[in-house]
Design a protein around this ligand. Structure first.
Ligand SMILES: [Zn+2]
Length: 728
């Protein structure tokens, strides 16, 4: 059963960031002494004073915004995103080993190179293999050693393929579904019970699809048909590699099986709703739901057969439950048959098809540590066909990523020692305090919410826990076994993560735990802990800079803090109270008003159609939580910025007012370019809107933006005041 590290627990900010200057790059505080943008070296890269080579300059002007990329030929009211970033958007060429590039990716490039340095330094001391440092070096080196991987051929994979081929019964299959490394139509993880967040419980959902979402199997447009054909080619190739004589026909059966699983699965936008995905079932009921499939064997193999209760996401809701969850009859048709249907499929499918499925998935899942032709074929589909990325990333970059995926906190411990100045944390603490004050003030002013609900909302706000930088204690990976086989290491990593997670059953919920490493360029809100979390690596320019103009910091990291707080009050997050309990704390009228505001915002975003001549649009429902986070977040950050001025006028800098700089800063952090395929995939499977709408779609709802830039009727982004949506 595939283990999901974060489960539904955390809602992230992003799916998923200079030529040598005369000034020393002391951490991240210095870029601002430069007044002219740097130039690229002969390879088109920008070298930082720290010696990092980046695909775009780590340059943010003299006070925090790079004005050299502004396109003042565009009116801010027609396209604010392009007005702020236009020259960069017009001229930047996405690196061939990327499917997208922007501010987040620039920082990710920095983190990646710093982590490589950390790994090299740790390995240089030749640490013992049973220490975290020794494991990091061994994991990294085994992954890097493509000569050894190619020379070994499929021999390292053979014991796993033999296990698949040894399956002779549904019982055997059920056991294999529980084993690390093997695919399964169900995923599971231990996490806090949404309605009892002090107790850990095993949670399950439908999984095991090779394509990123059920829609990829069900849609009939040309692009979807073409992608499925390419996926079928990939399955055929993998089975051929594994020695199947009838690879093509077996691959078709695997695709048919996955299509049936996809039909049993639920629409991604509807599955965001805990009103229908929170289903506590007894072990007996779970076993009954599995019908003829011996799920008890899977549970026993995982060591969780003694559990008496489980949470299951896809249990078909009753009519009454649908109505209570506000799901229309039309939408309800997008909910497949869920667990009972999926297990029925599992029981009815011939074992030979399951074996082909397991074999093809195994080779694909571990392609990065298998011989080059398998790796290349996998990349041609998942990298190029799905995301439009022309070239595979260099091996060391992938090795860094893989090593971080396994031993991320041990690396993070060193990362924060080297790259996270303690004063950043103090400064962030202040910003968070100010954002909370702004939210409290905004709540006071809300016209659409009753006093009774406001009191509850304030209580939730008071109970927010911020986490900044890094965890108090870092994981030590004591029981992780690393050796010199890259494949065995990858499977050992899965095994360790599953066992580490399962060990939480029966233990008190550990609220100090982090679900991102410090070197990650992202942030998250976790509704069960009612916490907002900001890893160290996002606390750099252009998001955060101690020496930048305050308007810039409020418009960037302030907006990010506000975004994460906003998740506590988005269409789903607002269903959890301050203690992280999934429970309705709203009056009926307020809930209706809130839903209406959400409906209106969803409608706005569904009208943004960037692909196929306006035929392919943002899914306003899938992205609603993120869009509420953005809209609420920027509005909170604006208020916090005003409060920080304490009644004084902000200075005008380079002809720009404080308010103008604030909004430009938000536009700057979302500066990015995507390949068309990457945008397409994001719109189908990611709850975040494409970056241009995270800017233009938000600012056009804020009166303060209209005032700051004198936006008038006739400007493309103009909305009449009564159509502007303000939720928080
Ligand atoms: Zn978010």
């Amino acid at each position: 059963m595939k283990h999901l590290l974060m489960g539904t627990a955390a809602i992230a900010l992003l799916a998923g960031c200079t030529p040598k200057t005369s000034a020393p790059a002391d951490g991240d505080k210095v870029a601002l002494t430069e007044t002219t943008p740097p130039t690229a070296n002969a390879d088109g890269k920008f070298e930082t004073s720290e010696g990092l080579l980046l695909s775009a300059p780590d340059y943010w002007g003299s006070w925090g915004i790079d004005l050299s990329v502004q396109d003042t030929n565009v009116a801010p009211g027609n396209n604010f995103y392009a007005w702020t970033n236009g020259k960069w958007l017009d001229s930047f060429v996405i690196p061939s080993d990327r499917s997208r590039y922007g501010s987040f990716d620039l920082l990710a490039e920095k983190s990646e190179q710093r982590v490589r340095k950390i790994i090299d330094d740790l390995a240089a001391d030749q640490p013992a293999i049973d220490t975290p440092e020794g494991k990091i070096g061994a994991y990294y080196n085994a992954y890097l050693d493509t000569d050894a991987i190619n020379a070994a051929g499929l021999a390292p994979a053979q014991p796993y393929i033999d296990r698949i081929n040894a399956v002779q019964s549904l019982d055997d299959l059920a056991v294999l579904f529980a084993a690390p490394g093997f695919s399964a139509p169900v995923s599971g993880f231990v996490f806090a019970d949404d309605k009892d967040p002090d107790t850990n419980i095993f949670q399950m959902r439908i999984g095991g699809l090779g394509l990123p979402d059920r829609d990829y199997y069900l849609k009939t447009d040309d692009k979807s048909v073409e992608l499925r054909a390419k996926y079928l080619d990939l399955l055929t190739f993998m089975l051929d590699q594994a020695g199947y004589e009838d690879a093509a026909s077996e691959a078709q059966k695997v695709l048919d099986l996955e299509t049936e699983i996809a039909k049993s699965d639920w629409d991604r936008a509807l599955a965001r709703n805990p009103d229908i995905t929170y289903n506590k079932v007894s072990k007996d009921d779970l076993i009954a739901m599995a019908g003829d499939f011996p799920l008890v064997r899977t549970l026993d193999t995982m060591g969780i057969g003694g559990e008496t209760e489980f949470l299951v996401a896809e249990v078909p809701p009753t009519e009454a439950e649908l109505e209570a969850a506000g799901i229309s009859a039309e939408d309800a048709t997008k909910l497949g048959g869920g667990f009972p249907a999926m297990f029925q499929i599992a029981s009815d499918t011939p074992l030979d098809t399951w074996k082909a499925y397991l074999t093809a998935h195994f080779l694909s899942d571990f392609a990065s540590v298998l011989p080059k032709d398998i790796d290349d074929a996998n990349f041609a589909f998942y990298g190029t066909a799905l995301r439009g990325q022309p070239e595979q990333r260099e091996r060391w970059k992938r090795a860094v990523q893989a090593t971080q995926g396994t031993l991320g906190e041990a690396i993070g411990k060193v990362f924060v020692e080297r790259y996270f100045p303690p004063e950043n944390k103090a400064e962030m603490d202040d910003l968070v305090v100010n954002l909370r004050k702004a939210m409290a003030a905004n709540l006071e002013d809300l016209g659409w919410m009753s006093e009774a609900t406001k009191v509850k909302a304030e209580a939730k706000l008071d109970a927010f826990t911020p986490k900044i930088g890094y965890p108090d204690e870092f994981e030590t990976y004591d029981t992780l076994v690393v050796g010199n086989s890259a494949l065995d290491n990858a499977i050992a990593s899965q095994k360790w993560q599953t066992e580490d997670n399962l060990a939480d059953l029966g233990q008190p919920v550990d609220r100090t735990r982090w679900f991102m490493t410090p070197q990650t360029i992202n942030a998250y809100y976790n509704p069960s802990f009612n916490e907002i979390v900001f890893p160290a690596a996002i606390l750099q320019p252009p998001f955060f800079n101690i020496s930048a103009d305050p308007a810039v910091n409020y418009g960037a990291i302030g907006g990010v803090i506000g975004h994460e707080m906003g998740h506590g009050f988005d269409d789903q997050g607002a269903k959890y109270n301050g203690q992280g309990v999934l429970t309705n704390w709203w009056t009926e009228e307020d809930l209706a008003a809130f839903r209406q505001l959400g409906d209106a915002l969803a409608k706005q975003y569904s009208a943004y159609c960037p692909l196929d001549d306006g035929e392919t649009c943002v899914n306003g429902r899938l992205t609603l939580g993120e869009n509420i986070g953005d809209l609420g977040g920027l509005s909170l950050a604006y208020r916090a910025y005003q409060m920080s001025l304490d009644g004084k006028e902000a200075p005008v800098i380079d002809g720009l007012t404080g308010d103008q700089r604030f909004f430009m800063s938000w536009a700057q952090v979302w500066r990015s370019k995507y390949r068309e395929e990457a945008t397409r995939q994001q719109m189908l499977s990611d709850p975040h809107s494409p970056p241009v709408f995270r800017v233009n779609g938000v600012v056009r709802n804020l009166d303060e933006w209209y005032e700051a830039f004198d936006i008038q009727p006739g400007d493309a982004l103009y909305l009449p005041p009564e159509e502007r949506i303000r939720i928080w």
